[in-house]
Design a protein. Sequence first.
Lengths: 286, 286
Amino acid sequence: MSDKIFRSLLLVSALILLLIFAGMFFSLSKGAVPAFREFGFFGFIFSDKWISGTGQSTEQYGALAFIAGTLMTSILALLICLPFSLPVAFFVGEYFRGKKVAGVLGGIVDLLAGIPSIVYGLWGFYALRPLIQSLGLSEQGFGVLTSSLVLAIMIIPYAASLSAEFIRMVPQELKEGAYSLGATRAEVIRNIIFPTSFSGIFSAYVLALGRAIGETMAVTMLIGNTSRIPRGLMDTGNTMASIIANQFGEADGLKLSSLIAIGLLLFLITAIVNFLGRLMIKRHSV
Amino acid sequence: MSSLKYRLFKNKLLTLSVVIFSALTAVPLVLIIGKVFLKGWRQINWDFFTKTTPTTLDALLAINNNQPIPGGIANGIVGTLMMVLVASVIAIPLGVMCGIYLSENRKTKFSTVVRFLTDLLQGTPSIILGIIAYLWVVIPLKGYSALAGSVALAIMMLPLIVRSTEETMNLLPASLKEAGLALGSPYRSVVLKVLLPSAFGGVFTGILLAVSRVIGETAPLMLTALGATTIQWDITKPASAVSLLIWEFYNDPNLQSMIWSASLFLLLLVLSLNILAKQLAKKWRI
Protein backbone atom coordinates (compact mmCIF):
# COMPACT_ATOMS: atom_id res chain seq x y z
CA MET A 1 0.00 0.00 0.00
CA SER A 2 2.68 2.48 1.00
CA ASP A 3 4.55 1.52 -2.15
CA LYS A 4 1.61 2.85 -4.07
CA ILE A 5 1.82 6.14 -2.17
CA PHE A 6 5.54 6.32 -2.85
CA ARG A 7 5.09 5.69 -6.55
CA SER A 8 2.38 8.32 -6.81
CA LEU A 9 4.57 10.80 -4.90
CA LEU A 10 7.26 10.32 -7.53
CA LEU A 11 4.68 10.80 -10.27
CA VAL A 12 3.34 13.93 -8.56
CA SER A 13 6.83 15.47 -8.41
CA ALA A 14 7.22 14.95 -12.15
CA LEU A 15 3.76 16.43 -12.66
CA ILE A 16 4.73 19.48 -10.59
CA LEU A 17 7.62 20.12 -12.96
CA LEU A 18 5.22 19.94 -15.88
CA LEU A 19 2.85 22.28 -14.05
CA ILE A 20 5.61 24.80 -13.30
CA PHE A 21 6.47 25.02 -16.97
CA ALA A 22 2.85 25.25 -18.07
CA GLY A 23 2.12 27.71 -15.26
CA MET A 24 4.99 29.94 -16.33
CA PHE A 25 3.62 30.10 -19.86
CA PHE A 26 0.10 30.72 -18.57
CA SER A 27 1.05 33.45 -16.09
CA LEU A 28 3.23 35.31 -18.56
CA SER A 29 0.50 35.15 -21.20
CA LYS A 30 -2.11 36.32 -18.74
CA GLY A 31 0.06 39.22 -17.63
CA ALA A 32 0.75 40.19 -21.23
CA VAL A 33 -2.92 40.31 -22.29
CA PRO A 34 -3.51 44.03 -21.53
CA ALA A 35 -0.51 45.05 -23.62
CA PHE A 36 -1.50 42.81 -26.53
CA ARG A 37 -5.10 44.02 -26.30
CA GLU A 38 -3.98 47.65 -26.43
CA PHE A 39 -1.43 47.41 -29.22
CA GLY A 40 -2.31 44.13 -30.91
CA PHE A 41 -0.01 41.10 -30.83
CA PHE A 42 1.87 41.93 -34.02
CA GLY A 43 1.48 45.65 -33.44
CA PHE A 44 3.36 45.19 -30.16
CA ILE A 45 6.10 43.05 -31.67
CA PHE A 46 6.69 45.27 -34.69
CA SER A 47 6.57 48.67 -33.01
CA ASP A 48 9.87 50.24 -32.01
CA LYS A 49 8.25 52.96 -29.91
CA TRP A 50 8.76 52.83 -26.16
CA ILE A 51 7.28 55.97 -24.66
CA SER A 52 6.25 55.94 -21.01
CA GLY A 53 4.14 59.08 -20.96
CA THR A 54 2.51 60.51 -17.88
CA GLY A 55 -1.05 60.32 -19.16
CA GLN A 56 -2.85 57.27 -20.49
CA SER A 57 -3.07 58.77 -23.96
CA THR A 58 0.63 59.23 -24.69
CA GLU A 59 1.81 55.83 -23.47
CA GLN A 60 3.08 53.65 -26.28
CA TYR A 61 5.02 50.41 -26.05
CA GLY A 62 6.54 48.03 -28.55
CA ALA A 63 9.15 45.30 -28.45
CA LEU A 64 10.96 45.71 -31.76
CA ALA A 65 13.81 47.89 -30.45
CA PHE A 66 14.60 45.33 -27.76
CA ILE A 67 14.24 42.33 -30.05
CA ALA A 68 16.71 44.05 -32.39
CA GLY A 69 19.08 44.81 -29.51
CA THR A 70 18.90 41.21 -28.29
CA LEU A 71 19.57 39.75 -31.73
CA MET A 72 22.44 42.14 -32.41
CA THR A 73 24.25 41.57 -29.12
CA SER A 74 23.79 37.81 -29.02
CA ILE A 75 24.69 37.10 -32.65
CA LEU A 76 27.73 39.38 -32.44
CA ALA A 77 28.73 37.65 -29.19
CA LEU A 78 28.44 34.29 -30.92
CA LEU A 79 30.70 35.47 -33.76
CA ILE A 80 33.28 36.85 -31.32
CA CYS A 81 33.27 33.69 -29.22
CA LEU A 82 33.73 31.38 -32.23
CA PRO A 83 37.50 31.87 -32.84
CA PHE A 84 38.21 31.19 -29.16
CA SER A 85 35.78 28.46 -28.20
CA LEU A 86 36.43 26.32 -31.27
CA PRO A 87 40.21 26.08 -30.66
CA VAL A 88 39.50 25.29 -27.00
CA ALA A 89 37.15 22.51 -28.08
CA PHE A 90 39.81 21.00 -30.37
CA PHE A 91 42.52 21.54 -27.74
CA VAL A 92 40.53 19.66 -25.11
CA GLY A 93 38.78 17.14 -27.35
CA GLU A 94 41.47 16.25 -29.88
CA TYR A 95 44.98 17.70 -29.59
CA PHE A 96 45.60 17.13 -25.88
CA ARG A 97 42.75 14.75 -25.23
CA GLY A 98 43.10 12.97 -21.91
CA LYS A 99 46.30 14.83 -21.05
CA LYS A 100 46.71 16.90 -17.94
CA VAL A 101 47.00 20.21 -19.78
CA ALA A 102 43.60 19.59 -21.40
CA GLY A 103 42.11 19.05 -17.96
CA VAL A 104 43.63 22.30 -16.72
CA LEU A 105 42.38 24.36 -19.67
CA GLY A 106 38.97 22.69 -19.47
CA GLY A 107 38.81 23.54 -15.77
CA ILE A 108 39.77 27.17 -16.36
CA VAL A 109 37.19 27.59 -19.11
CA ASP A 110 34.56 25.94 -16.91
CA LEU A 111 35.36 28.44 -14.16
CA LEU A 112 34.40 31.22 -16.57
CA ALA A 113 30.88 29.78 -16.45
CA GLY A 114 30.91 30.08 -12.66
CA ILE A 115 31.61 33.81 -12.45
CA PRO A 116 28.40 35.65 -11.54
CA SER A 117 26.89 37.80 -14.25
CA ILE A 118 27.11 40.95 -12.13
CA VAL A 119 30.87 40.52 -11.70
CA TYR A 120 31.21 40.28 -15.49
CA GLY A 121 29.21 43.49 -15.68
CA LEU A 122 31.51 45.27 -13.22
CA TRP A 123 34.59 44.08 -15.05
CA GLY A 124 33.12 45.22 -18.34
CA PHE A 125 32.25 48.59 -16.85
CA TYR A 126 35.53 49.31 -15.07
CA ALA A 127 38.05 47.48 -17.29
CA LEU A 128 36.65 47.00 -20.78
CA ARG A 129 34.70 50.25 -21.15
CA PRO A 130 37.74 52.52 -20.56
CA LEU A 131 39.64 50.43 -23.10
CA ILE A 132 36.91 50.96 -25.71
CA GLN A 133 36.91 54.67 -24.87
CA SER A 134 40.65 55.01 -25.20
CA LEU A 135 40.57 53.20 -28.53
CA GLY A 136 38.23 55.95 -29.66
CA LEU A 137 35.56 53.48 -30.70
CA SER A 138 32.84 55.30 -28.82
CA GLU A 139 32.63 58.27 -26.52
CA GLN A 140 30.94 56.71 -23.52
CA GLY A 141 32.18 53.17 -24.04
CA PHE A 142 28.68 51.76 -23.67
CA GLY A 143 26.91 49.94 -26.43
CA VAL A 144 26.27 46.84 -28.44
CA LEU A 145 29.95 45.99 -29.01
CA THR A 146 30.94 46.32 -25.34
CA SER A 147 28.06 44.09 -24.28
CA SER A 148 28.82 41.56 -26.99
CA LEU A 149 32.47 41.30 -25.97
CA VAL A 150 31.53 40.45 -22.39
CA LEU A 151 28.72 38.15 -23.56
CA ALA A 152 31.21 36.33 -25.78
CA ILE A 153 33.46 35.58 -22.80
CA MET A 154 30.45 34.41 -20.83
CA ILE A 155 29.29 31.89 -23.45
CA ILE A 156 32.72 30.48 -24.38
CA PRO A 157 32.54 27.75 -21.71
CA TYR A 158 29.09 26.56 -22.84
CA ALA A 159 30.07 26.40 -26.50
CA ALA A 160 33.53 24.92 -25.88
CA SER A 161 32.76 22.14 -23.42
CA LEU A 162 29.82 20.76 -25.38
CA SER A 163 31.68 20.96 -28.71
CA ALA A 164 34.64 19.16 -27.13
CA GLU A 165 32.34 16.31 -26.16
CA PHE A 166 31.15 15.85 -29.73
CA ILE A 167 34.71 16.05 -31.05
CA ARG A 168 35.69 13.36 -28.58
CA MET A 169 32.85 11.15 -29.80
CA VAL A 170 34.21 10.88 -33.37
CA PRO A 171 35.09 7.18 -33.84
CA GLN A 172 38.80 6.39 -33.59
CA GLU A 173 38.67 4.07 -36.64
CA LEU A 174 37.62 6.92 -38.93
CA LYS A 175 40.56 9.04 -37.84
CA GLU A 176 43.00 6.12 -38.01
CA GLY A 177 41.79 5.31 -41.50
CA ALA A 178 42.66 8.81 -42.66
CA TYR A 179 46.01 8.80 -40.86
CA SER A 180 46.92 5.47 -42.49
CA LEU A 181 46.32 7.09 -45.88
CA GLY A 182 48.94 9.67 -44.98
CA ALA A 183 46.72 12.56 -43.91
CA THR A 184 48.14 15.17 -41.57
CA ARG A 185 46.32 16.04 -38.38
CA ALA A 186 45.02 19.27 -39.93
CA GLU A 187 43.58 17.26 -42.81
CA VAL A 188 42.00 14.75 -40.44
CA ILE A 189 40.37 17.60 -38.56
CA ARG A 190 39.23 19.30 -41.75
CA ASN A 191 37.95 16.19 -43.57
CA ILE A 192 37.02 13.70 -40.84
CA ILE A 193 36.45 15.21 -37.41
CA PHE A 194 34.76 18.43 -38.45
CA PRO A 195 32.21 16.94 -40.87
CA THR A 196 31.41 14.05 -38.51
CA SER A 197 30.85 16.22 -35.45
CA PHE A 198 29.48 19.26 -37.28
CA SER A 199 25.83 18.89 -36.32
CA GLY A 200 26.84 18.36 -32.69
CA ILE A 201 29.11 21.41 -32.66
CA PHE A 202 26.39 23.43 -34.37
CA SER A 203 23.91 22.47 -31.67
CA ALA A 204 26.43 23.52 -29.00
CA TYR A 205 26.52 26.99 -30.54
CA VAL A 206 22.73 27.11 -30.76
CA LEU A 207 22.56 26.44 -27.01
CA ALA A 208 25.25 29.06 -26.40
CA LEU A 209 23.16 31.53 -28.39
CA GLY A 210 20.25 30.74 -26.09
CA ARG A 211 22.46 31.68 -23.13
CA ALA A 212 23.49 34.95 -24.73
CA ILE A 213 19.90 35.91 -25.53
CA GLY A 214 18.76 35.62 -21.92
CA GLU A 215 21.79 37.09 -20.18
CA THR A 216 20.69 40.04 -18.08
CA MET A 217 22.92 41.81 -15.58
CA ALA A 218 26.15 42.18 -17.54
CA VAL A 219 24.26 43.51 -20.56
CA THR A 220 22.16 45.85 -18.44
CA MET A 221 25.34 47.44 -17.07
CA LEU A 222 27.03 47.83 -20.45
CA ILE A 223 24.54 48.43 -23.23
CA GLY A 224 23.71 52.02 -22.33
CA ASN A 225 19.96 51.63 -21.90
CA THR A 226 18.35 53.61 -24.67
CA SER A 227 14.98 52.45 -25.87
CA ARG A 228 15.48 52.50 -29.62
CA ILE A 229 16.90 50.26 -32.31
CA PRO A 230 20.73 50.48 -32.18
CA ARG A 231 21.98 52.17 -35.35
CA GLY A 232 25.33 50.44 -35.34
CA LEU A 233 27.71 48.35 -33.27
CA MET A 234 28.91 51.39 -31.36
CA ASP A 235 25.41 52.64 -30.62
CA THR A 236 23.65 52.16 -27.32
CA GLY A 237 20.46 50.15 -26.99
CA ASN A 238 18.59 47.74 -24.77
CA THR A 239 17.95 44.01 -24.91
CA MET A 240 14.72 42.31 -23.91
CA ALA A 241 16.28 41.14 -20.67
CA SER A 242 17.88 44.49 -19.85
CA ILE A 243 14.72 46.55 -20.37
CA ILE A 244 12.92 44.25 -17.93
CA ALA A 245 15.74 44.54 -15.38
CA ASN A 246 15.82 48.31 -15.79
CA GLN A 247 12.18 49.26 -15.69
CA PHE A 248 10.27 46.44 -13.98
CA GLY A 249 10.73 47.92 -10.50
CA GLU A 250 8.91 51.18 -11.09
CA ALA A 251 6.42 49.94 -13.67
CA ASP A 252 2.69 49.49 -13.24
CA GLY A 253 -0.42 49.26 -15.37
CA LEU A 254 0.13 49.10 -19.10
CA LYS A 255 3.89 49.42 -18.79
CA LEU A 256 4.11 46.46 -16.42
CA SER A 257 1.98 44.42 -18.80
CA SER A 258 4.21 45.43 -21.71
CA LEU A 259 7.30 44.36 -19.78
CA ILE A 260 5.66 41.02 -18.99
CA ALA A 261 4.80 40.70 -22.68
CA ILE A 262 8.47 41.20 -23.49
CA GLY A 263 9.20 38.54 -20.88
CA LEU A 264 6.78 36.21 -22.64
CA LEU A 265 8.48 36.82 -25.99
CA LEU A 266 11.90 36.26 -24.42
CA PHE A 267 10.63 33.05 -22.80
CA LEU A 268 9.30 31.81 -26.14
CA ILE A 269 12.43 32.75 -28.07
CA THR A 270 14.81 31.03 -25.64
CA ALA A 271 12.48 28.02 -25.43
CA ILE A 272 12.48 27.67 -29.24
CA VAL A 273 16.26 28.14 -29.48
CA ASN A 274 16.87 25.59 -26.73
CA PHE A 275 14.30 23.23 -28.25
CA LEU A 276 16.08 23.32 -31.60
CA GLY A 277 19.47 22.86 -29.95
CA ARG A 278 18.35 19.86 -27.91
CA LEU A 279 16.58 18.35 -30.90
CA MET A 280 19.77 18.59 -32.95
CA ILE A 281 21.77 16.94 -30.17
CA LYS A 282 19.26 14.10 -30.07
CA ARG A 283 19.44 13.66 -33.84
CA HIS A 284 23.22 13.78 -33.71
CA SER A 285 23.63 11.14 -31.03
CA VAL A 286 21.18 8.68 -32.61
CA MET B 1 47.48 17.50 -54.13
CA SER B 2 49.77 20.19 -52.79
CA SER B 3 53.33 19.43 -51.80
CA LEU B 4 54.15 17.61 -48.61
CA LYS B 5 56.05 20.58 -47.25
CA TYR B 6 53.05 22.84 -47.66
CA ARG B 7 50.73 20.29 -46.05
CA LEU B 8 53.02 19.88 -43.08
CA PHE B 9 53.31 23.63 -42.78
CA LYS B 10 49.52 23.96 -42.74
CA ASN B 11 49.35 21.27 -40.09
CA LYS B 12 51.86 23.08 -37.88
CA LEU B 13 50.07 26.37 -38.42
CA LEU B 14 46.75 24.90 -37.27
CA THR B 15 48.31 23.30 -34.20
CA LEU B 16 49.99 26.56 -33.30
CA SER B 17 46.86 28.65 -33.72
CA VAL B 18 44.77 26.19 -31.71
CA VAL B 19 47.26 26.40 -28.85
CA ILE B 20 47.54 30.21 -29.03
CA PHE B 21 43.82 30.89 -29.19
CA SER B 22 43.14 28.36 -26.44
CA ALA B 23 45.70 30.06 -24.23
CA LEU B 24 44.11 33.45 -24.98
CA THR B 25 40.78 32.14 -23.71
CA ALA B 26 42.26 31.72 -20.25
CA VAL B 27 43.26 35.41 -20.18
CA PRO B 28 39.84 36.91 -19.27
CA LEU B 29 39.56 34.66 -16.21
CA VAL B 30 42.94 35.84 -14.95
CA LEU B 31 42.08 39.47 -15.72
CA ILE B 32 38.69 39.34 -14.01
CA ILE B 33 39.84 37.52 -10.88
CA GLY B 34 42.97 39.69 -10.74
CA LYS B 35 41.04 42.93 -10.99
CA VAL B 36 38.47 41.93 -8.36
CA PHE B 37 41.16 40.62 -6.02
CA LEU B 38 43.51 43.61 -6.30
CA LYS B 39 40.77 46.17 -5.77
CA GLY B 40 38.76 44.23 -3.22
CA TRP B 41 41.00 42.64 -0.62
CA ARG B 42 41.76 45.83 1.32
CA GLN B 43 38.18 46.38 2.45
CA ILE B 44 37.78 42.86 3.74
CA ASN B 45 38.05 42.74 7.52
CA TRP B 46 35.98 41.61 10.48
CA ASP B 47 33.53 44.53 10.22
CA PHE B 48 32.93 43.64 6.62
CA PHE B 49 31.26 40.38 7.64
CA THR B 50 29.51 41.53 10.82
CA LYS B 51 28.17 45.02 10.09
CA THR B 52 25.34 46.05 7.84
CA THR B 53 25.69 48.37 4.86
CA PRO B 54 26.29 52.04 5.65
CA THR B 55 23.92 54.74 4.46
CA THR B 56 25.04 56.98 1.64
CA LEU B 57 25.47 59.84 4.11
CA ASP B 58 27.74 57.87 6.46
CA ALA B 59 29.83 56.79 3.52
CA LEU B 60 30.08 60.35 2.25
CA LEU B 61 31.21 61.61 5.67
CA ALA B 62 33.84 58.90 5.90
CA ILE B 63 35.13 59.70 2.42
CA ASN B 64 35.36 63.40 3.27
CA ASN B 65 37.34 62.58 6.43
CA ASN B 66 39.59 60.25 4.47
CA GLN B 67 38.50 57.27 6.50
CA PRO B 68 37.55 53.84 5.24
CA ILE B 69 33.81 53.44 4.71
CA PRO B 70 32.24 52.00 7.87
CA GLY B 71 30.06 48.93 7.74
CA GLY B 72 29.97 45.71 5.79
CA ILE B 73 27.70 43.35 3.97
CA ALA B 74 26.27 41.26 6.83
CA ASN B 75 22.70 41.95 5.69
CA GLY B 76 23.58 40.65 2.24
CA ILE B 77 25.32 37.53 3.53
CA VAL B 78 22.41 36.64 5.79
CA GLY B 79 19.91 37.31 2.99
CA THR B 80 21.81 35.25 0.43
CA LEU B 81 22.25 32.31 2.79
CA MET B 82 18.62 32.41 3.89
CA MET B 83 17.21 32.61 0.38
CA VAL B 84 19.47 29.85 -0.92
CA LEU B 85 18.55 27.70 2.09
CA VAL B 86 14.81 28.14 1.55
CA ALA B 87 15.25 27.58 -2.19
CA SER B 88 17.13 24.35 -1.44
CA VAL B 89 14.40 23.17 0.92
CA ILE B 90 11.91 23.60 -1.92
CA ALA B 91 14.04 22.40 -4.82
CA ILE B 92 16.01 19.44 -3.42
CA PRO B 93 13.16 17.07 -2.42
CA LEU B 94 11.15 17.94 -5.51
CA GLY B 95 14.12 17.71 -7.85
CA VAL B 96 15.47 14.44 -6.43
CA MET B 97 12.04 12.78 -6.55
CA CYS B 98 11.46 13.95 -10.10
CA GLY B 99 14.91 12.67 -11.07
CA ILE B 100 14.12 9.28 -9.53
CA TYR B 101 10.84 9.18 -11.44
CA LEU B 102 12.54 9.94 -14.75
CA SER B 103 15.20 7.31 -14.11
CA GLU B 104 12.65 4.68 -13.06
CA ASN B 105 10.34 5.36 -16.01
CA ARG B 106 12.88 5.94 -18.75
CA LYS B 107 11.01 5.12 -21.90
CA THR B 108 7.51 6.46 -21.34
CA LYS B 109 6.21 9.37 -23.38
CA PHE B 110 5.42 11.33 -20.23
CA SER B 111 9.04 11.03 -19.06
CA THR B 112 10.33 12.18 -22.42
CA VAL B 113 8.13 15.26 -22.24
CA VAL B 114 9.13 16.06 -18.65
CA ARG B 115 12.81 15.54 -19.51
CA PHE B 116 12.54 17.93 -22.44
CA LEU B 117 10.74 20.56 -20.38
CA THR B 118 13.44 20.25 -17.72
CA ASP B 119 16.03 21.05 -20.36
CA LEU B 120 14.00 24.02 -21.58
CA LEU B 121 13.59 25.23 -17.99
CA GLN B 122 17.36 25.08 -17.59
CA GLY B 123 17.73 27.37 -20.59
CA THR B 124 15.14 29.86 -19.38
CA PRO B 125 16.72 33.25 -18.58
CA SER B 126 16.86 33.99 -14.87
CA ILE B 127 15.07 37.31 -15.30
CA ILE B 128 11.97 35.40 -16.51
CA LEU B 129 11.99 33.42 -13.28
CA GLY B 130 12.09 36.77 -11.49
CA ILE B 131 8.91 37.84 -13.29
CA ILE B 132 7.30 34.49 -12.48
CA ALA B 133 8.12 34.74 -8.79
CA TYR B 134 6.81 38.31 -8.87
CA LEU B 135 3.51 37.12 -10.37
CA TRP B 136 3.22 34.02 -8.16
CA VAL B 137 4.49 35.28 -4.81
CA VAL B 138 4.97 39.06 -4.67
CA ILE B 139 1.50 39.94 -5.98
CA PRO B 140 -0.48 37.43 -3.83
CA LEU B 141 1.50 38.37 -0.68
CA LYS B 142 1.16 42.05 -1.59
CA GLY B 143 4.82 42.85 -1.15
CA TYR B 144 8.41 41.99 -1.97
CA SER B 145 9.85 39.21 0.14
CA ALA B 146 12.78 36.86 0.62
CA LEU B 147 10.33 34.03 -0.01
CA ALA B 148 9.65 35.31 -3.53
CA GLY B 149 13.40 35.39 -4.16
CA SER B 150 13.67 31.82 -2.88
CA VAL B 151 10.92 30.66 -5.24
CA ALA B 152 12.74 32.17 -8.22
CA LEU B 153 16.03 30.54 -7.15
CA ALA B 154 14.29 27.21 -6.47
CA ILE B 155 12.88 27.07 -10.02
CA MET B 156 16.40 27.81 -11.28
CA MET B 157 17.89 25.01 -9.19
CA LEU B 158 15.27 22.39 -10.10
CA PRO B 159 16.41 21.36 -13.60
CA LEU B 160 20.03 20.91 -12.52
CA ILE B 161 19.05 18.72 -9.58
CA VAL B 162 16.56 16.70 -11.65
CA ARG B 163 19.03 15.94 -14.42
CA SER B 164 22.00 15.15 -12.17
CA THR B 165 19.85 12.83 -10.03
CA GLU B 166 18.46 11.11 -13.11
CA GLU B 167 21.83 10.71 -14.78
CA THR B 168 23.46 9.27 -11.65
CA MET B 169 20.57 6.86 -11.04
CA ASN B 170 20.80 5.70 -14.65
CA LEU B 171 24.42 4.72 -14.07
CA LEU B 172 23.57 2.38 -11.20
CA PRO B 173 23.69 -1.30 -12.21
CA ALA B 174 20.29 -2.95 -12.55
CA SER B 175 21.52 -5.80 -10.34
CA LEU B 176 21.52 -3.46 -7.36
CA LYS B 177 17.80 -2.85 -7.60
CA GLU B 178 17.08 -6.49 -8.45
CA ALA B 179 19.02 -7.74 -5.45
CA GLY B 180 17.07 -5.44 -3.16
CA LEU B 181 13.72 -6.50 -4.60
CA ALA B 182 14.73 -10.19 -4.53
CA LEU B 183 15.32 -9.91 -0.80
CA GLY B 184 11.70 -8.97 -0.49
CA SER B 185 12.12 -5.33 0.46
CA PRO B 186 9.35 -3.05 -0.71
CA TYR B 187 9.98 -0.75 -3.67
CA ARG B 188 10.22 2.40 -1.58
CA SER B 189 12.95 0.96 0.69
CA VAL B 190 14.89 -0.26 -2.33
CA VAL B 191 14.79 3.24 -3.82
CA LEU B 192 15.38 5.16 -0.60
CA LYS B 193 17.79 2.81 1.17
CA VAL B 194 19.70 1.17 -1.69
CA LEU B 195 19.56 3.24 -4.87
CA LEU B 196 19.58 6.75 -3.44
CA PRO B 197 22.53 6.18 -1.04
CA SER B 198 24.51 4.58 -3.88
CA ALA B 199 23.81 7.61 -6.06
CA PHE B 200 24.49 10.07 -3.24
CA GLY B 201 27.77 11.39 -4.67
CA GLY B 202 26.27 12.40 -7.99
CA VAL B 203 23.12 13.81 -6.45
CA PHE B 204 25.10 15.83 -3.92
CA THR B 205 27.45 17.33 -6.50
CA GLY B 206 24.42 18.22 -8.60
CA ILE B 207 22.96 20.06 -5.63
CA LEU B 208 26.25 21.89 -4.98
CA LEU B 209 26.46 22.97 -8.61
CA ALA B 210 22.87 24.16 -8.48
CA VAL B 211 23.61 26.20 -5.35
CA SER B 212 26.74 27.69 -6.88
CA ARG B 213 24.73 28.63 -9.94
CA VAL B 214 22.04 30.56 -8.05
CA ILE B 215 24.11 32.05 -5.23
CA GLY B 216 25.48 34.79 -7.49
CA GLU B 217 22.19 35.54 -9.23
CA THR B 218 21.09 39.15 -9.25
CA ALA B 219 18.39 39.71 -11.86
CA PRO B 220 15.59 37.57 -10.39
CA LEU B 221 16.22 38.98 -6.90
CA MET B 222 15.82 42.56 -8.13
CA LEU B 223 12.21 41.78 -9.01
CA THR B 224 11.44 39.73 -5.90
CA ALA B 225 13.58 40.27 -2.79
CA LEU B 226 14.19 43.96 -3.53
CA GLY B 227 16.86 44.51 -0.87
CA ALA B 228 17.05 45.73 2.72
CA THR B 229 19.48 47.79 4.75
CA THR B 230 19.18 45.74 7.92
CA ILE B 231 19.59 42.05 8.68
CA GLN B 232 16.20 40.50 8.03
CA TRP B 233 15.29 37.06 9.38
CA ASP B 234 11.61 37.15 8.38
CA ILE B 235 11.17 35.47 5.00
CA THR B 236 7.95 37.36 4.27
CA LYS B 237 9.82 40.69 4.35
CA PRO B 238 12.14 42.15 1.71
CA ALA B 239 15.71 40.93 2.15
CA SER B 240 19.09 41.83 0.78
CA ALA B 241 21.63 39.59 -0.92
CA VAL B 242 25.33 39.97 -1.64
CA SER B 243 24.65 40.25 -5.37
CA LEU B 244 21.92 42.84 -4.77
CA LEU B 245 24.30 44.86 -2.60
CA ILE B 246 26.86 44.91 -5.42
CA TRP B 247 24.15 46.31 -7.67
CA GLU B 248 23.27 48.97 -5.06
CA PHE B 249 26.93 49.93 -4.55
CA TYR B 250 27.31 50.15 -8.32
CA ASN B 251 24.46 52.64 -8.51
CA ASP B 252 25.56 54.73 -5.51
CA PRO B 253 28.61 56.94 -6.16
CA ASN B 254 29.45 57.16 -2.45
CA LEU B 255 29.66 53.41 -1.96
CA GLN B 256 31.79 52.58 -5.01
CA SER B 257 34.74 51.38 -2.97
CA MET B 258 32.66 48.58 -1.46
CA ILE B 259 31.80 47.12 -4.87
CA TRP B 260 35.04 45.21 -5.20
CA SER B 261 35.17 43.70 -1.74
CA ALA B 262 31.59 42.47 -2.07
CA SER B 263 32.40 41.10 -5.53
CA LEU B 264 35.52 39.39 -4.22
CA PHE B 265 33.49 37.72 -1.48
CA LEU B 266 30.82 36.55 -3.94
CA LEU B 267 33.40 35.39 -6.47
CA LEU B 268 35.33 33.36 -3.91
CA LEU B 269 32.11 31.84 -2.57
CA VAL B 270 30.83 30.80 -6.00
CA LEU B 271 34.13 29.57 -7.39
CA SER B 272 35.06 27.55 -4.31
CA LEU B 273 31.63 25.87 -4.31
CA ASN B 274 32.10 25.19 -8.00
CA ILE B 275 35.56 23.68 -7.56
CA LEU B 276 34.45 21.69 -4.51
CA ALA B 277 31.55 20.20 -6.48
CA LYS B 278 33.82 19.18 -9.34
CA GLN B 279 36.43 17.64 -7.04
CA LEU B 280 33.73 15.66 -5.25
CA ALA B 281 32.32 14.55 -8.60
CA LYS B 282 35.74 13.16 -9.53
CA LYS B 283 36.15 11.43 -6.18
CA TRP B 284 32.67 9.95 -5.99
CA ARG B 285 32.39 8.78 -9.56
CA ILE B 286 30.45 5.54 -9.69
